[in-house]
Design a protein around this ligand. Structure first.
Ligand SMILES: NC(=O)c1ccc[n+]([C@@H]2O[C@H](COP(=O)([O-])OP(=O)(O)OC[C@H]3O[C@@H](n4cnc5c(N)ncnc54)[C@H](O)[C@@H]3O)[C@@H](O)[C@H]2O)c1
Ligand SMILES: CC(C)[C@H](C(=O)O)[C@@H](O)C(=O)O
Ligand SMILES: [Mg+2]
Length: 371
């Protein structure tokens, strides 16, 4: 059936293709049971693209990503690619997608499901009912700042530079996303930087404060916090947070910390969003927070829930299919409540399943809900 909803699926490397396979099952289910169909195109990215084309993403695939309503991304990378040239290593494909699609707002929700309270390394009372949203700036900062790279000083000393760089507009636009999103949640934002040691931190804090005082966000409670303290507070008392907005590098690290509040990195989805255009559309890429997990790849051990929950975010943010997104999230929760677990979230008395069995169990729960 023809559809005006286009998806580009980029499974990538390692466990990327394994977890994307489980999304295909949900796509089939939606087509059959909900009469919602997508035009799905597939492409290569990361090491898979390098093996075929000697580049981490081809210009054609890049164009497909620009044209799609949403991109579903698995994961990239692996030890066999670690010594490749900088511009062709797998991670370069992901960074190119983020930069050229201008996906500046990366939403990384960390929600602790009751069924997984025993999977976290933290005490139950610390994490029960946790629902926080980390918004990571994704297209600037030290990931993209110039100059960067090796230099040789006049006395022959070698040094290497990365540059942290932010314009005011780059800080403002991601902060606006954070304030707007907070308004639909708990109306509280923690802005995180290191204004005590970094000039960009001072600028970040000042810009966020100015925007907050502009009169548009009087209903939002704003707090400033240093990034090192934030890492500690996330483990000490994560429920003090509602929305955290932070730069590219701090957001990368803090979201991996937040993953363990939910039980596993295999549980954390994400949405990377661009600006809303004149037609109300925005470019978007959805991916689990985890990587290609070379240590478990090819063994059917990966937890596909981060990928499936990323697909739920796709339904919610790119296609306004709120009911379907709810169904998928509820199905994932129900499977966990039945004690079905992949190895990363295994607990005593639970049933250990493979990646494919977890995907099947989610589809079974979807069936029950749609009946
Ligand atoms: N978005 C991405 O594509 C992305 C993100 C992070 C890392 N990477 C790349 O992935 C490769 C491996 O990096 P890493 O080991 O630091 O991080 P990783 O996220 O791949 O793995 C970290 C640990 O978490 C486990 N894990 C991750 N996802 C899981 C899942 N779904 N189910 C069960 N266990 C899971 C892994 O087995 C591993 O022990 C590197 O090449 C890195 O650059 C890619
Ligand atoms: C693979 C890598 C480029 C990426 C990042 O550092 O942004 C990853 O760690 C992530 O969290 O998405
Ligand atoms: Mg990361």
């Amino acid at each position: 059936m023809a559809s005006n909803k286009s998806l580009l699926m980029l499974p990538g490397d390692g466990i990327g293709p394994e977890v994307c396979q489980e999304v295909r099952k949900v796509l089939d289910w939606m087509d059959k049971r909900r009469a919602v169909s997508f035009d799905v195109k597939e492409g290569l990215v990361g090491g898979a693209a390098y093996d075929a084309h000697k580049t981490a993403i081809t210009d054609e695939t890049m164009q497909d990503a620009m044209d799609a309503d949403a991109v579903l991304f698995g994961a990239v990378g692996g030890p066999q690619y670690d010594n490749l040239g900088w511009d062709v290593r797998p991670e370069a494909g992901l960074l190119r997608l983020r930069k050229e699609m201008d996906l500046f707002a990366n939403l990384r929700p960390a929600v602790t499901f009751d069924a997984l309270l025993d999977a976290s390394t933290l005490k139950q009372e610390v994490i029960q009912g946790l629902d926080i949203m980390i918004i990571r700036e994704l297209t600037a900062g030290v990931y993209f700042g110039e100059p960067r790279g090796m230099q040789t000083l006049p006395d022959g000393t070698e040094r290497c530079i990365d540059t942290q760089s932010y314009t005011k507009a780059e800080i403002e636009r991601v902060t606006e996303v954070a304030f707007d999103l907070a308004r639909k949640r708990g109306s509280k934002v923690h802005s995180v930087e290191k204004a005590n040691v970094m000039k960009t931190g001072v600028f970040w804090r000042q810009t966020v404060s100015e925007l907050h005082k502009s009169g548009k966000y009087d209903d939002i409670e704003l707090h400033h916090m240093y990034a090192d303290n934030c890492g500690m507070q996330l483990v000490r008392n994560p429920k003090q947070f509602d929305v955290i907005v932070t730069d590219n590098l701090f957001g990368d690290m803090l979201s991996d910390v937040a993953a363990m509040l939910t039980g596993s990195l295999g549980m954390l989805p994400s949405a990377s969003l661009g600006a809303v255009d004149e037609f109300g559309r925005r470019k978007a890429l959805y991916e689990p927070v985890h990587g290609s997990a070379p240590d478990i790849a090819g063994q059917g051990m990966a937890n596909p829930l981060a990928m499936l929950l990323s697909f739920a975010m796709t339904l919610r943010y790119s296609f306004d299919l709120q009911e379907d997104a709810d169904l998928l999230e509820q199905a994932a929760q129900a499977v966990l409540s039945r004690g079905i677990r992949t190895g990363d979230i295994m607990a005593a008395g639970a049933e250990k399943v493979s990646t494919a069995q977890m995907g099947d169990a989610v589809c079974e729960e979807l069936d029950k809900r749609a009946a």
